[in-house]
Design a protein around this ligand. Structure first.
Ligand SMILES: NC(=O)C1=CN([C@@H]2O[C@H](COP(=O)(O)OP(=O)(O)OC[C@H]3O[C@@H](n4cnc5c(N)ncnc54)[C@H](O)[C@@H]3O)[C@@H](O)[C@H]2O)C=CC1
Ligand SMILES: Nc1nc(O)c(N)c(N[C@@H]2O[C@H](COP(=O)(O)O)[C@@H](O)[C@H]2O)n1
Length: 273
């Protein structure tokens, strides 16, 4: 193995992703970094860099191994992320595989943004405009209250002019502003996303854990990859909170150390290890 290959830890776990064209949803990897006390952010949602250098590089490899990378609008507004692979080693000998000016295959940024709150000044849109990243997709739903429609349409036009693609889903208004995960995944699959890395934040992680808990088997998450950094954040930090019923649906597959971080891989309980 050379430094221009993904870590074996990832290729062993994600090498199972084949033939998603034969199913109705993409392969799903749920992944995030947490502290020893299970926090993913600091007080008031302050972004924390929990991953050390080595595990951050691992995460960037993981990004190149998926068609899409999905986050919630809370993370998009709070962190203004780039969701690219800039921590990977420069490798001029590897040509770009997707027509952009970089040597690695970048995932499509996908934001669950029910009410179209995304910023037209985001780094994701700037990178896209400069040919340094893929066009971000915003998954949204029309407002239930017709008095909000005009303003929503205005935001939609502004974001599309800034370069975003908006994808409108039917909304289930009993679940506040949460888009239904099964139809999000079906829609992505129909649009050619055959594998998706779900990176957070707290509400998104919880929605996927709830989805796991609701099914008789884990039919919505194929792999969980959790980076555990050896630090305590304290009780002010933000947690995703575990969802009862989800734990028994996933089992340990492998663990690896990246620098000082422990990275744990889980697969559905019914999978063959
Ligand atoms: N340590 C880590 O690996 C990561 C940490 N974070 C942290 O997480 C925090 C952001 O988390 P949150 O505020 O919870 O925002 P979030 O990123 O989970 O987004 C939640 C929003 O997404 C929208 N949404 C649409 N459909 C949804 C669904 N089915 N389920 C849940 N949300 C849905 C809703 O508008 C909701 O308010 C930030 O502090 C960020 O730094 C975020 C990603 C990774
Ligand atoms: N792997 C990982 N480790 C951490 O310590 C983190 N805080 C995160 N956060 C996620 O990465 C996004 C930032 O991405 P860019 O550096 O801008 O590419 C952030 O929004 C979270 O999704 N991840």
């Amino acid at each position: 193995m050379t430094s221009t290959d993904p870590p074996t830890f990832l290729s062993s776990l994600l090498g199972r992703y084949k033939n998603s064209a034969e199913q109705s949803r993409p392969f799903v990897t749920l992944t995030f970094a947490q502290s020893l006390d299970a926090k993913i952010a600091g007080r008031g949602g302050k972004q924390l860099i929990l991953s050390g250098k080595e595990s951050m590089v691992m995460t960037h490899w993981m990004r190149t191994m998926h068609d899409g990378i999905l986050i919630g609008i809370g993370t998009a507004l709070n962190d203004d992320p780039q969701l690219n692979a800039r921590h990977l080693p420069a490798n001029d000998s590897v040509p770009s595989t997707d027509g952009h000016n970089h040597p690695y295959s970048l995932p499509r940024p996908i934001i669950l943004d029910t009410n179209l709150r995304f910023s037209s000044h985001s780094k994701l849109l700037k990178n896209y405009a400069e040919g340094k990243g893929r066009r971000p997709w915003l998954i949204c739903a029309e407002p239930w209250d017709s008095s909000e429609k005009k303003e929503w349409l205005h935001r939609r036009t502004t974001l599309e002019k800034a370069g975003a693609r908006t994808i409108v889903l039917e909304n289930d208004h009993n679940t506040q502003d949460h888009l239904p995960i099964p139809s999000v995944l079906q829609t992505l699959h129909r649009l050619g996303i055959l594998s998706v890395m779900v990176e957070g934040g707290a509400q998104i992680i919880r929605s996927f854990l709830s989805q796991i808990a609701a099914e008789s088997t884990s039919s919505f998450v194929d792999t969980m990859i959790i980076t555990v950094a050896p630090v305590f954040v304290g009780e002010d930090g933000i947690s995703y909170n575990t969802v009862s019923g989800s734990a028994s649906k996933m089992k340990h597959a492998s663990t690896a150390m990246f620098g000082q971080d422990t990275v744990v891989g889980l697969i559905p309980t019914e999978s063959v290890a």
